[in-house]
Design a protein around this ligand. Structure first.
Ligand code: DSN
Length: 416
């Protein structure tokens, strides 16, 4: 019996969500639309089985096909990122980061990562996360001069504090990260280097952002952002750390791997080897630059002056006198999904925030290009100019829907 008959409540909500995704402009930088083949691999019988362990070393019988699937995913990850070793089992980016820490750090060791208030991730040492509770977590910030990473300052902190691990990578940073420089700093300080490329993995495999694989001891990523696969994590490392990483993931912090997700990761990694994927990544950056330029022309202040990647941060408070929270709500009413975001040296807390983060991976997947970026800029600007005008927001929502209809995605495969 199908879901619609067995559980109409959940079925109805899935349908509503499919409709929301189809008729909204998804500008959340960490989100994307996966293709049908990813949904198919993820929603299959592979969810049924325990396969604790690794290929040819499982704790359960009946794992023959799981071994083949995981081996394919590992080989694809290694080939795509030119890495010596890959572990495809982390359930998420956070699990991937936790496993790296668990592999080579002891409780209380010093780590140095990008401050969450300046664009880092929770797991890079935020006080509310395991990374800030179990370790002595120190943060580096962007420079107050140009809102970009200041490698001299990071070096100064590293040489003074001698962290055991330096973390390079961000969730809200619109500029190129120089992993080679981070390696030099880590070498001088005697630290491990971990690069978290969750946001930029797609750009990295397309050759549009420097790859950290050569420089970092450990590279972690999610598989669902610019990489456009299922939600999940991945760790790449040098051969010398392979055993430690594998045993940190299982049995260290996880039990049974999600083999349906690993199959979908393998499919996504294959897709990412294609020429179309590279063109897609090129267009993501073009769209981000174009949209940020359009908004700049309308008086919005971009943190650091713009973007080199798939996202940018808009400082709304100083340029328009509105908060990130107000903007997020007005835009959501208008069918435009963004997230409120702290900007460097923010005077507001994370629940209010002075800015929003805008990313182009999802709208680029739908086929939108520079012309559409101009339309989207106009829609955003109109919604934010009249932040309390809910009837205007409803009108804009209809315009958003009309634009989305020109770039159908899930309506090609589902009845919406
Ligand atoms: N929550 C993700 C993001 O939006 O960037 C990071 O894990």
């Amino acid at each position: 019996m199908k879901l619609a008959e067995k559980d109409s409540e959940i079925y109805r909500l899935i349908r509503k969500e499919t409709e929301r995704e189809e008729y909204s402009l998804i500008l959340i930088a960490s989100e994307n639309y996966v293709d049908e083949e990813i949904l198919e691999a993820q929603g299959c019988v592979l969810t049924n089985k325990y396969a604790e362990g690794y290929p040819a070393k499982r704790y359960y019988s009946g794992c023959t096909f799981y071994d083949e699937i995981e081996d394919i995913a590992i080989e694809r990850a290694k080939a795509l990122f030119k890495a010596e070793h890959a572990n495809v089992q982390p359930h998420s980016g956070s699990s991937a980061n936790m496993a790296v820490f668990y592999a080579v750090l002891n409780i209380g060791d010093t780590i140095l990562g990008m401050d969450i208030a300046h664009g880092g991730h929770l797991t890079h040492g935020a006080k509310v996360s395991f990374s800030g509770k179990f370790y002595r977590a120190l943060g580096y910030t962007v420079s107050s001069k140009d809102e970009m990473l200041d490698y001299d300052e990071i070096r100064r902190i590293a040489l003074r504090e001698k962290p055991k691990m330096i973390i390079a990578g961000a969730s809200a940073y619109s500029r190129i990260i120089d992993f080679k420089k981070f390696r030099e700093i880590a070498d001088e300080a005697g630290a491990y280097l971990m690069a978290d490329i969750a946001h930029i993995a797609g750009l990295v495999v397309a050759g549009l952002h420097q790859s950290p694989v050569e420089y970092a001891d450990f590279v972690t990523t999610t598989t669902h952002k610019t990489l456009r696969g299922p939600r999940g994590g991945l760790i790449l490392c040098k051969k010398q750390f392979a055993r430690k990483i594998d045993s940190a993931v299982f049995p260290g912090i996880q039990g049974g791997p999600l083999m349906h997700v690993i199959a979908a990761k393998a499919v996504a990694l294959k897709n990412a080897m294609s020429e179309e994927f590279k063109e897609y990544q090129v267009q993501i950056i073009r769209n981000a630059k174009h949209l940020s330029n359009c908004m700049g022309k309308r008086g919005y202040r971009m943190v650091s002056g713009g973007t080199d990647n798939h996202l940018f941060l808009v400082d709304l408070l100083s340029s328009k006198g509105i908060t990130g929270m107000e903007a997020q709500e007005a835009l959501e009413r208008s069918g435009i999904m963004v997230n409120k975001n702290l900007i460097p040296f923010d005077t507001k807390g994370p629940n209010v925030a002075s800015g929003i983060r805008i990313g182009t991976p999802a709208i680029t997947t739908r086929g939108m290009k520079e012309n559409e970026m101009e339309l989207i800029c106009d829609l955003i600007d109109r919604a934010l100019k009249e932040i309390d005008n809910e009837s205007l927001h409803l009108e804009i929502k209809e315009e958003v829907k009309a634009l989305c209809k020109k770039f159908p995605f899930y309506s090609r495969i589902y009845q919406i």
